[in-house]
Design a protein around this ligand. Sequence first.
Ligand SMILES: Nc1ncnc2c1ncn2[C@@H]1O[C@H](COP(=O)(O)OP(=O)(O)O)[C@@H](O)[C@H]1O
Ligand SMILES: [Mg+2]
Length: 431
Amino acid sequence: MNVLILGNGGREHAFAYKISQSKKLSNLYIAPGNAGTALCGTNMGIAATDFEAIKNLVWEKDIDMVVVGPEDPLVNGIYDFFKADEVLKDIAIIGPSKAGAQLEGSKDFSKEFMIRHNIPTARYQTFTAATLQEGLKFLETLNPPYVLKADGLAAGKGVIIPETLAKAKKELTEMLANAKFGSASAKVVIEEFLKGIELSVFVLTDGQHYKILPAAKDYKRIGEGDIGLNTGGMGAVSPVPFADTTFIKKVEERVAIPTLKGLQQENIIYKGFIFIGLMNCGGEPYVIEYNCRMGDPETEVVLPRIKTDLLELFEAVANEKLDTIDLEVDERIATTLMLVSGGYPEEYEKNKVISNLDKIKDSIVFHAGTKIENEQVLTNGGRVIAITSFGNSMEEAISKSMKNAEIISYDKKYYRKDIGKDLMKLEKQAN
Ligand SMILES: Nc1ncnc2c1ncn2[C@@H]1O[C@H](COP(=O)(O)OP(=O)(O)O)[C@@H](O)[C@H]1O
Ligand SMILES: [Mg+2]
């Protein structure tokens, strides 16, 4: 099989790494890829959202399957673009249709979907500029903190959680009346704040059948102790100790199955990953959000734990035969630690030489924001390298990643040294 992966982050390197090990693979291409994906296949200088250029590439390289990493091409309808094209319509796309991608593309759509299908989620209402006054009144009925979500895609920056009513009113006004997030905040979802521990569960579906993949917890804030600005993610662990089989069973029965049934009932084509962002509130799952693709850096801990041939799984997704495949999962604990550029998530510099990548033992190095120039690997983004390690305990896995985080070097390297520590504390309390 010839395979094309779209995207250029750590998630896509993890896909490339796994797919390059498949016995079903002939040639692997990544568009646009990074210095890490170049070790697994051939990078092509094409943006993941340039559908015409992707079409030409698929034709030229005789691609059989396209694996879509990020949300943008999905929300822009790459699935529908392929299926509507005479030349492309038989090529397998791993990712949902444009309608399915609305689970991520519109917070309002996804909340309405959850209500329609009785899926547990926080109480909410949606407002527009025309109903701003009602929105301000609705805020008065809630207790702090307040959760305000721009409806559309906002690159992970569209959710604001003000602590006071005055700040919440000011933010709502800025989002609706002053288009703080452009057209993404033309609608704003206001939700009840849920108290609990957050985690993500991933579902792979062919539209008829599904597999529940390993759960993961990520670390979103830049600072240790989970403080400071939000980032794309500073680390992740899988499995999640507080998400035991009882909890995962609840997620399957109350969320995953109703979500898939809901998609079928509404005739929404979905062949790909559903990322279910959850709050565990005293053992009960509530959906925070859906994403229509895998998470980054969660992919860097979830995929390495999957022992089943990834292309076999994807082929079954395309052929609606996922029920014929056994999902084999590595029992060990995987952790990933993200090395970022100094200054990130605010302003940071690029083009720093990364050294000692060849000195890494006992970990898998996934490139997130890197490029090759004159045979040197350079930093090319805020998040630079994800270091994934396995262990029989979380301590063991984390200490391997920590050791290697010291060895890899570039100017202004930064990483959190507390990934997983909260979970280890919880485990100790439980024992
Ligand atoms: N109802 C809620 N209660 C408590 N925290 C929330 C709630 N909704 C969102 N959050 C927090 O805000 C973060 C971002 O919200 P999310 O819906 O995942 O948006 P996005 O990932 O698109 O920015 C979540 O990861 C969670 O920590
Ligand atoms: Mg989220």
